[in-house]
Design a binder for this molecule. Structure first.
Ligand code: MEV
Length: 768
């Protein structure tokens, strides 16, 4: 091949997707075909960034095997091989739910990304079919070498090729799924135990060969039926009926296997998900070996999947893993490596140096960060936003570090005037990170439009309610006609609810999926559009037509598990601190006076992100506090409990937060304010639901930091140190002087500008 030496990498990273089985597990090991899809969580390989990434190490046997084989291939084809010490950094972004690894084929993705990085470093295009073929054969050999020949290889195939493939021992064939078919993955709770399930099955099968063969044949046939259902010539109803039948048969085969293996393949939680999906007219089966991990659900539309997600989360706390988009792209070069939110000592650097670190970590060009300058919003632009403008008020914007949410890192822009909010949230995010980070689940972005109807005639309200409910389909259709573009983007009207408030007042709720918009305008249009029709149906008179700011159908839920040792303070060990945080949580659960302050601390983090991203913080506040009182008494949005080990010692602290997040990433100030646009860029241009989760994570981190400080030394000391630092800088201290002067100010107990000037003089004198 080419003689040219390897050029410096013209790419930031090479990534490869994870995989999920759609059907055919177990049977594929006996020669049947399975269907496997690439999911858009990705392993990345990239060069270490100076002063940013840990030094890479070839600990993983998959990386070691990939490096050995791909280096051999490059050498054999006259390409320059990167030096052994030039190992890439390998990260797996999104392969976890909190601190639990999901069975998404991370080892195959890691192997493929490593091979891809070496090929790309030699100047080869890893997205081209020819190079992907080469990458596939190297990655398959490396993966098999690292796990001593075990595994079907389906995961390596999807990691390199992407898309969806039909897979058997005979080969791999790309296939497509119908565009109407919505596929979602629900978290069945326990870690994947593929190895141990296969072992139990092998042992069981030895004694009941016939039953085993029959079960495998049943699963094989189910897989065939599923594949036949993907024929584009089939009508949607027929195809979906075949998918339902295939899943039922597949599960039947799994039940037989679990009898043979005497192990739980279909756990109680998996059966709950399958039962709820079937009840809702959808189809479901475990994805992978079962025993926990993921359940794949097939639906005729994304809306049907969302309805099931709402039901399962609110009835059973089972979450839809929203990040798992199917049919993901295979091996590809990325413009930059994934964000690493661990930036050590950011607070010690100058503003310019912080901007440089942020640009390096996120890929947002340094020049763009000028949109965080005080004058970024010109008065002329502000003049178009509100009335009687006389100028612009600026607020500090800081960066929350250490955040990792659903396996992905974020550097979080936070706009707030209160000292210590950003530092405290970053510090708590670091403790949370040690336990795997935040696990988050979002409701679908459903909001409520309200139409109030008051009685003008004598018709009894019960009759009116029934009449409106009877017109549900027509009303939903009308609501969608008002927003064709929202429907194109996958949103639209989802349900009608009628509430009888008293004998003279009825309110009609229209539930609308707002996708990436906060939705106030579109909800108000829906309410106004439907009002005349409702007047006609009911004979009652419409009065108010407006959204409800109680966004209780659009909540973000985050949870964390912090290892106890991370909470230790100078005086107390981690277990004691965890215990005190639980006690502080109970206080808020029992007393609305405390709950209000507890929630204020949460909103310190939440609102800082709401404001930084140009969202409506009045809506956020109104919604959060109404949500906090939904049980009839005002309570805390976040709660904490200790977790004990087998010896009854405190091992960890668990926390969770649910908060309505009526926020968007399109429309309004999110787009018109340059600083808000930049903040969204720093966050990697998240979707609306992703942004809601980031806000919830900032809120839970702020709460943890506040409770830890309050339950130990109190918050004043920390506040004083931060305040002293600010006073020291204002007095002219630079570099190491800042810390030294701040410490002196705290020690003398007088944090005032004049004192700071004097002490700085002394410090400099002494330093000469
Ligand atoms: C101060 O802004 C917030 C706190 O009062 C919150 C709390 O008490 O939990 C520290």
């Amino acid at each position: 091949m080419s003689e040219s030496p390897a050029k410096p990498a013209p790419f930031g990273a090479v990534s490869a997707p994870g995989k999920s089985f759609l059907i055919g597990e177990y049977a594929v090991l006996e020669g049947h075909t399975a269907v496997v899809t690439a999911v858009d969580v990705r392993a990345h390989a990239h060069s270490p960034r100076p002063q940013h990434d840990e030094r890479p190490s070839p600990d993983s046997p998959f990386v070691a095997a990939a490096v050995e084989l791909v280096s051999g291939w490059l050498r054999g084809h006259d390409y320059e091989v990167p030096a052994p010490e030039a190992l890439p950094v390998i990260t797996t972004v999104g392969f976890t739910a909190g601190n639990r690894k999901l069975g998404l084929g991370s080892s195959a993705a890691v192997t493929a990304a490593t091979v891809g990085w070496y090929l790309a470093s030699a100047g080869l295009d890893v997205s081209s079919p020819e190079i992907r073929e080469i990458a596939l054969s190297i990655a398959r050999a490396a993966h098999s070498m690292a796990q001593e020949g075990r595994g079907s290889g389906a995961d390596v195939a999807t990691a390199v090729l992407g898309g969806t493939v039909r897979f058997s021992r005979e080969g791999i064939e790309p296939i497509t799924t119908p565009s109407w078919l919505a596929i979602g993955f629900f978290d069945a709770g326990a870690p994947a135990r593929t190895g141990s399930l296969l072992e139990s099955l092998e042992a069981g099968a030895a004694g009941s060969r016939e039953a085993y063969d029959a079960a495998i044949a049943g699963i094989g046939a189910a897989s065939q039926r599923f594949q036949a259902a993907l024929d584009p010539a089939l009508a949607m109803d027929d195809a979906f009926a075949a998918i339902q039948d295939a899943c039922r048969r597949h599960n039947e085969g799994l039940r037989q296997l679990q009898d043979i293996a005497s192990a739980h393949i279909l756990t109680a939680r998996i059966e709950t998900i399958i039962g709820a999906a079937e009840w809702a007219g959808l189809a479901a089966k475990p994805s992978g070996a079962g025993g926990g991990d993921l359940v794949v659900v097939f639906a005729r539309s994304g809306a049907a999947l969302d309805r099931l997600a709402v039901e399962l989360y609110h009835q059973h706390r089972v979450a839809l893993v929203r990040k798992l988009e199917t049919n993901a792209e295979g091996l590809r070069a990325e413009p930059r490596p994934p964000v690493n939110s661990r930036i050590k000592g950011l607070f010690k650097r100058s503003i310019d140096a912080r901007r440089e670190a942020l640009a390096l970590a996120t890929g947002v060009p340094l020049a763009r960060l000028a949109d965080a300058d005080a004058g970024a919003l010109a008065p002329e632009a502000a003049d178009h936003m509100i009335e009687n403008v006389i100028g612009v008020m600026s607020m500090p914007m800081g960066i929350g570090t250490n955040f990792t949410l659903n396996g992905r890192d974020y550097l979080v822009p936070m706009c707030v005037e209160e000292a210590s909010v950003v530092a405290a949230a970053s510090n708590a995010a670091k403790m949370i990170r040690a336990g795997g980070g935040f696990a988050g689940f979002s409701d679908p972005p459903w909001m409520i439009a309200q139409v109030q109807l008051v009685r003008d005639d004598r018709s009894p309200s019960a009759e009116i309610v029934a009449r409106i409910e009877g017109a549900r389909d027509r009303l939903l259709e009308l609501a969608d006609e008002a927003h064709p573009r929202l429907v194109e983007r996958g949103g639209g009207a989802r349900d009608i609810e009628v509430r009888n408030l008293d004998v003279d007042n009825i309110v009609v709720h229209v539930l609308v999926d707002c996708r990436d918009a906060m939705g106030a305008n579109l909800l108000n249009t829906v309410a106004e559009t439907l009002a005349p029709e409702l007047a006609q149906i009911s004979g009652w008179r419409p009065v108010l037509r407006i959204l409800s700011n109680l966004a209780d159908r659009r909540a973000s839920h985050v949870s964390v598990r912090v290892p106890a040792h991370m909470l230790a303070s100078k005086q107390l060990d981690g277990g004691d601190v965890a215990q005190r945080i639980e006690e502080a949580s109970r206080f808020a659960e029992l007393d609305p006076y405390r709950a209000t302050t507890h929630n204020k601390g949460i909103m310190n983090g939440v609102d800082a992100v709401v404001i930084a991203t140009g969202n409506d913080w009045r809506a956020m506040e109104a919604s959060a506090h109404a949500y906090a009182v939904r049980g009839g008494r005002y309570g805390p949005l976040a709660t904490w409990r200790v977790e004990r080990d087998a010896d009854d010692a405190i091992a960890a602290l668990r926390g969770k937060l649910s908060i309505p997040t009526a926020v968007g990433v399109v429309g309004g100030a999110t787009r018109s304010h340059p600083t808000a646009r930049m903040a969204l860029e720093i966050l990697g241009n998240p979707s609306g639901v992703e942004l809601g989760l980031i806000m919830a994570a900032a809120g839970l981190a702020s709460n943890l930091a506040a409770l830890r400080a309050l339950a130990t030394e109190g918050i004043q000391r920390g506040h004083m140190t931060l305040h002293a630092r600010a006073v020291a800088m204002a007095a002219g201290a630079r570099g190491a002087e800042v810390e030294a002067l701040a410490r002196r100010l705290v020690d003398v107990g007088e944090i005032k500008p004049e004192r700071a000037q004097a002490l700085l003089g002394e410090l400099r004198e002494g330093g000469r």
